[in-house]
Design a protein around this ligand. Structure first.
Ligand code: PLP
Length: 422
């Protein structure tokens, strides 16, 4: 891809962008004086689709006007509300619709799925995760191990990057499983690592896990809506994700999960997983609904699911291949500009396009405390990214709403912030 380090070039790229009108469908945050901000933080919290407000208002109005009758008579009846999300999520996850359900939240779903899929037995009792995994994932697996009377010091394995590297090549996962796979019950791996931005070849990891007889499970918090996914075809056993990052469903919005259709196994249950036709007979026996819907516990959180309907419609309109194409170009442009305007920062995220999504993680070199000062200066200059201890700024241009001009402004501001905080 050929780029130029000028605002003029960025403007021309925006004018030629076939997806540019989608930006108008989002609320764009502004600073205290009403000035536009450069928002490069959709990897943490996606922006609000304007239609989300209408979707939520619709449900508030239905509640106000109908009360309990909204369960059946709202425009989108609340009882089967999760079904409004199924096809859109399945499409993004590369799953068959019955393999996917929107429910609960990421860590809770992870616990529910680990409860069913983590079956330690004899020597095969380990869970393999990456060193530096997201804290909540680590807490979940460690507590699951403890809860079964096992010891995380023995049963939790955290694979580190090879000496001198920030990222973990897939070969390292394969090599570990080749050697120790007989002791591993389950591999839990991120689609995109939250701190480094490294995207993994999930097909390869699933194959390696299965070759060794392990469950292949994925945390897709930073992947869904960011990377192309093919969970069904790669034969993943299960996956969980949140919808408030790349899926723009709002803070704390409903989570999602995938359970491969070949799995029909005992799991923790609640009334919403009961087959819909007889659920309200309230009988003591549990008859699970078919597919992932049978794993639901509680009735769906309507107000936190409504914005996701608005966002999924925008994904459908844009089409994932076009979004990915723009994402590769935007993130590539950020990389190109940082190399020229801020050569002193170190890129942690892989440079290979296939090994990353929207996000670039940059390491700020220098004395202790400098990184935080650079980040604060960047924020003061109107660029919203985020900071991860001890030395990393994460920036992600999002193809649904960011522009090449914003990428230019973001890189320029980072260069200025580095000068302001020497
Ligand atoms: C990789 C990863 N795992 C787990 C979580 C926790 O999500 P939740 O609070 O929705 O359970 C997050 C949240 O940002 C995350 O990024």
């Amino acid at each position: 891809m050929s780029y130029e380090p000028t605002l003029e070039f960025a403007r021309r790229r925006d004018e030629a962008d076939p997806l540019r009108s989608l930006r108008e469908r989002f609320a764009l945050p502004r600073g205290a004086r009403g000035e536009p901000l450069v928002y490069l933080c959709g990897h943490s919290l996606g922006l609000m689709p304007l239609a989300a407000r209408e979707m939520v208002l619709e449900e508030l109005t239905a509640w106000a006007q109908l009360g309990v009758l909204g369960h059946e008579h709202a425009l989108r009846p609340w009882i089967p509300y999760h079904e409004n999300l199924r096809d859109g999520l399945a499409h993004l996850a590369g799953a068959r619709p019955p393999e996917v359900v929107a429910m609960s939240s990421l860590t809770v779903n992870l616990h529910l799925l680990l409860a069913a899929f983590y079956r330690p037995s004899g020597e095969r009792r380990r869970i393999l995760i990456e060193a530096g995994a997201f804290s909540s994932d680590r807490h979940a697996v460690a507590s699951q191990i403890l809860w079964r009377g096992l010891d995380p010091r023995d049963a939790l394995v955290e694979l580190s990057p090879p000496e001198g590297m920030d990222t973990i090549p897939e070969e390292a996962i394969e090599a570990y499983l080749e050697e120790h796979g007989a002791n591993v019950a389950l591999v839990l791996w991120p689609g995109v690592q939250y701190r480094t931005g490294q995207a993994f070849d999930l097909a390869r990891i699933a194959r390696a896990a299965h070759r060794s007889g392990c469950v292949a499970a994925f945390d897709l918090a930073h992947s869904i809506g960011n990377m192309p996914l093919a969970l069904h075809d790669i034969d993943a056993d299960f996956a969980v994700w949140c919808t408030y990052k790349y899926l723009n469903a709002g803070p704390g919005a409903v989570g999602g999960c995938f359970i491969h259709e070949r799995h029909d196994r005992p799991h923790l249950a609640g009334w919403w997983g009961h087959e819909a036709a007889t659920r309200f007979q309230m009988r003591p026996e549990f008859h699970a609904a078919a597919g992932a819907a049978g794993w639901q516990i509680s009735n769906p959180p309507i107000l936190s699911a409504a914005p996701l309907i608005a966002s999924l419609a925008l994904f459908e309109q844009a089409g994932l291949p076009r979004l990915r194409e723009k994402s590769v170009a935007l993130t590539g442009y950020l990389e190109y500009l940082l190399d020229r305007m801020a050569p002193e920062v170190e890129l942690i995220t892989p440079r290979a396009v296939g090994s990353r999504g929207c996000q670039l993680s940059v390491r700020i070199m220098g004395q202790q405390g400098r990184g935080q000062r650079v980040f604060d200066a960047l924020t003061t200059l109107g660029v919203i990214g985020d900071w991860r201890e001890p030395d990393t700024i994460r920036l992600a241009p999002i193809p649904l709403y960011n522009t090449f001009v914003e990428v230019f402004q973001g890189a320029q501001a980072l260069a200025q912030a580095l000068r302001l905080a020497p």
